[in-house]
Design a protein around this ligand. Structure first.
Ligand SMILES: Nc1ncnc2c1ncn2[C@@H]1O[C@H](COP(=O)(O)OP(=O)(O)OP(=O)(O)O)[C@@H](O)[C@H]1O
Ligand SMILES: [Mg+2]
Length: 320
C-alpha cells in the first residue's frame, strides 16, 4: 500500500532556527511544510525573511533549533549519506575553485556520487559547452551560476534545492534555467526553489509559501494566492477632456467599485476583466468624450505580498 508519506518529498514540522548572538536572531520561527514528490515548490519572501535558513535546514546543512525535517522519507541524522546521493543543492552563493576548469569542476562533483551523469551532458544542459575548458575564475557571474546548477544536477538527484538560481542572470539565461527546471520536473524530479522573481514563481511553481519574518504567512498555488489575497483587477480610464458624468457607467455586478480620481480619470475594480472591459469601453464611448487610455492591472504575487503585509517584497525585514 502507498502510505501518505511516500508522496512527500519534504515534510517539516514546526521548524525553528535561532542564530546565537547578542541579540540572537530568530531566523525561522515555526515553519511546517509538506512538499509533494514531483512538485516545484517555491518559497517567496523579502530579504532576510529566512528563506535561505529554512532551505539549509531542509538541506541538512544547518541543525534546527527545534522541529523536525524529513526528506524523501528519511532524516539527515540517520541517512545523510543516502540523502546526499538523492539531493542536489545550488546555494545562493557558491564559491567554486577559480583554478579549475568548468569540466574539471563538474567531474569533481560527479566523483562525489555513485551514480552520476556524464559531465559533458550536464555542461550541454546548462549551455556552457563553449566554456568547458575555461577556468571558473574567468567566467561571468551568470556563467558561474549555471556551473553551480550543473554541480547540483550531476549526481542525478531526485530532489533539487535551488536558492535564487536565476538572480543576476540575463533574460535568455533565465529562460534556459527555467527550461532545465521544467525538464527535470517532467522526468519526475522535485524542486524546492526560492526566488524574488514573481514571473518565475508563477511560471514554475505549482505551490508556493510566502515567508515573512521567519514564518509562512500564506500558502497555495499561485492562482489560489492571487484569488485569496491579490485583490481585484483594476481598470483605469483616462478621458482626454474632463467632465463626463461621474456616473457614466451603470452598476454591473462584477464592477465592485468606481471612483473619480480626477475629473478625467476614473478607477474601477472588477471581479472579471473579461466581462467588464467591453462594458467599460461601451459606456466610456457613450459619454461622447474622447478616451485617451484604458489601463488594466491584474493582481500579481507582489500584490499578494503587499496585501498580506503592507510592505513590498523588496523591502528588507527590519528588527531581527
Ligand atoms: N549565520 C548567521 N548568523 C546570524 N544571523 C544570520 C546568519 N545567517 C542569516 N542570519 C540572519 O537570519 C535572518 C534570515 O536570513 P536568511 O539568509 O535566511 O534570509 P533570506 O530570506 O534568505 O534573505 P535573502 O532574500 O536576502 O537571501 C536575517 O536576519 C539574517 O541576518
Ligand atoms: Mg537567501
Amino acid at each position: 500500500m502507498y502510505i501518505e508519506t511516500m508522496d512527500a518529498a519534504i515534510e517539516c514540522e514546526n521548524l525553528t532556527k535561532t542564530y546565537p548572538g547578542k541579540p540572537p536572531v530568530e531566523a525561522v520561527r515555526g515553519i511546517s511544510l509538506h512538499i509533494k514528490r514531483g512538485e516545484c515548490f517555491g518559497i517567496l519572501g523579502p530579504n532576510g525573511a529566512g528563506k535561505t535558513t529554512a532551505l539549509e535546514l531542509m538541506e541538512g546543512l544547518l541543525i534546527p533549533t527545534s522541529g523536525t525535517v524529513k526528506v524523501l522519507g528519511k532524516t539527515w541524522q540517520k541517512d545523510s549519506t543516502w540523502l546526499r546521493e538523492k539531493t542536489g543543492i545550488s546555494l545562493q552563493e557558491t564559491k567554486l575553485s577559480e583554478e579549475l576548469t568548468v569540466l574539471e569542476t563538474i567531474r569533481l562533483f560527479a566523483s562525489f556520487y555513485q551514480d552520476s551523469a556524464d559531465p559533458k551532458d550536464i555542461i550541454a544542459q546548462v549551455s556552457l559547452e563553449s566554456k568547458s575548458l575555461s577556468l571558473i575564475g574567468k567566467l561571468s557571474g551568470g556563467q558561474k551560476q549555471r556551473v553551480a546548477l550543473a554541480c547540483a544536477l550531476v549526481g542525478r538527484p531526485e530532489l533539487l534545492f535551488l536558492d535564487e538560481p536565476t538572480t543576476g542572470l540575463d533574460p535568455q539565461s533565465r529562460r534556459q534555467v527555467w527550461e532545465m527546471i521544467q525538464k527535470f520536473q517532467a522526468k519526475g524530479g522535485t524542486i524546492l526553489i526560492t526566488t524574488h522573481y514573481m514571473d518565475e514563481a508563477e511560471k514554475l511553481c505549482g505551490a508556493l509559501a510566502i515567508v515573512d519574518q521567519g514564518k509562512i504567512i500564506a500558502q497555495g498555488s499561485p492562482g489560489e494566492l492571487l484569488k485569496d489575497f491579490g485583490g481585484q483587477t483594476r481598470i483605469e480610464v483616462d478621458f482626454l477632456e474632463p467632465g463626463p458624468d461621474p456616473q457614466w457607467i451603470s452598476p454591473h455586478s462584477e464592477i465592485t467599485h468606481m471612483s473619480e480620481v480626477s475629473p478625467n480619470r476614473f478607477l474601477l475594480q472588477t471581479t472579471s476583466l473579461i466581462d467588464s472591459l467591453p462594458k467599460v469601453l461601451a459606456a466610456a464611448t457613450l459619454t461622447g468624450k474622447t478616451i485617451q487610455t484604458i489601463r488594466t492591472h491584474q493582481p500579481t504575487l507582489e500584490d499578494v505580498f503587499v496585501g498580506l503585509t503592507g510592505r513590498n517584497l523588496r523591502d528588507e525585514v527590519t528588527g531581527s
